[in-house]
Ligand binder design. Structure first.
Ligand SMILES: [Zn+2]
Length: 384
């Protein structure tokens, strides 16, 4: 079996930062801790210390409070609530969301996340807004995680959650913190400040934008460090002036590279089209799918052109959609020469095949998973 598609579970988990051990205890490279603590391009970074427990809890309380009305509106009985939990027993660097049928929408953060290299109160606020984006951010969704509409939402893709964080969530969270906004705006270099002065003529809004840009730069650094820890390579910190030039053939649902993520955060910060109301943009039948109907429904809630538009390094508006309703997500197939295989269908990834070895046959278990087995193996018996 090459890979699995996760389905058939009411619990939905979208891990944003994986189970990476703390930098200080995971040093295969003796220089990594020192490298990770370095400065970024001489850029001024405020609040370069982890959030205290009180700060982290206060940020979570405030981020969650911003969107309780969305959760309540998400089902007719108004029973969804957004909650948060910090796992004080876990040193893993982990933040994710949980959706469980009939229960709260929950943001879960580990203790290790709060103290990891580059974590600051500003990065924490941005990344908790990213988590909220998985619930509220709307189209494009993670189509592989599509679940029952009774959950009231479908999990937004990683790029969309980043975009939501700086476009919608942080502007609401920091709207009245005029002093901190002004200080951050003043600390930015002139070319970065110009992005905000071009985006809006109102000084308070420019300062708010500036603070979000500064937080975005810090978060880009954090994302890069986590990326390198998961797949070791040389650190290349993302910068405002080195946008990712790549163009995705189809919209990506997973984590874009750190430069692409910074580009997305910047686009959100300078996009003046904010989401309105308490709906989830693009959450229309068939819920959570990548459909033209969903894309159209979400269109009024985002910048479509200019510096505020989502970057093409992950967002591809011309994505060709495959209808998998007839084919199903996966099924056993046999080709002309009798070789068995598994056919996968994804709305954005299209149709793909995995062929079995000559002495194997494809079987579908009671759980709906199809896979290649030796002829005498029963998929429901637990293959050896
Ligand atoms: Zn995420």
């Amino acid at each position: 079996m090459k890979f699995y598609t996760i389905l058939a579970s009411s619990i939905l988990l979208s891990a944003c930062i994986g189970q990476v051990n703390d930098v200080s205890t995971d040093g295969t490279d003796g220089n990594s801790a020192a490298t990770l603590g370095g400065a970024v391009d001489g850029a001024p970074l405020s609040g370069e210390r982890p959030p205290t427990r009180e700060e982290a809890e206060a940020i979570l309380d405030r981020v969650v409070a911003l969107y309780q009305d969305h959760a309540a509106a998400a089902n007719p009985a108004g029973t969804h609530e957004i909650s948060w939990r910090i796992d004080w027993d876990s040193d893993a660097v982990s933040a994710h969301v949980l959706l469980n049928l009939g229960e709260d929408w929950t943001i879960e953060v580990s203790k290790g996340y709060l103290t990891v290299s580059s974590m600051t109160p500003e990065v924490f606020a941005l990344t908790m807004c990213h988590e909220m984006g998985h619930f509220i951010g709307g189209f494009p969704f993670k189509t592989s995680r599509r679940v029952d509409s009774a959950l009231g939402t479908s999990v937004s893709s990683e790029g969309q959650s980043d975009y939501f964080a700086t476009k919608d969530c942080l502007p609401r969270l920091w709207a009245n913190e005029t002093e901190a906004n002004a200080a951050a705006f003043a600390a930015l270099d002139p070319s970065a400040r110009a992005r905000c002065t071009a985006a809006t003529s109102d000084l308070a809004s420019q300062q708010l934008c500036g603070r979000i840009l500064l937080a975005s730069l810090q978060t880009g650094r954090f994302y890069e460090e986590q990326e390198v820890l998961q797949a070791p390579r040389e650190l290349v910190y993302p910068r405002f002036d080195t946008p990712d030039p790549t163009e995705a053939a189809v919209t990506k649902e997973g984590h874009p590279a750190s430069q692409c993520r910074l580009d997305t955060l910047v686009a959100g910060a300078v996009c003046s089209v904010k989401a309105t109301g308490t709906g989830i943009p693009g959450l229309v039948p068939p819920y959570g799918e990548y459909s033209d109907a969903s894309e159209e429904a979400a269109r009024p809630f985002a910048c479509q052109t200019g510096p505020g538009a989502r970057p093409r390094c992950w967002f591809q508006p011309d994505t060709v959609v495959t209808d998998c309703s007839e084919l199903g997500q996966q099924a056993c197939v046999v080709n002309d020469d009798g070789t068995h295989g598994v056919r996968y269908c994804g709305t954005t990834s299209g149709v793909d095949y995995y062929w079995c070895f000559q002495d194997e046959v494809c079987k579908t278990g009671r759980d709906g998973f199809s896979d290649c087995y030796a002829p005498d193996v029963d998929p429901d018996e637990g293959a050896p």
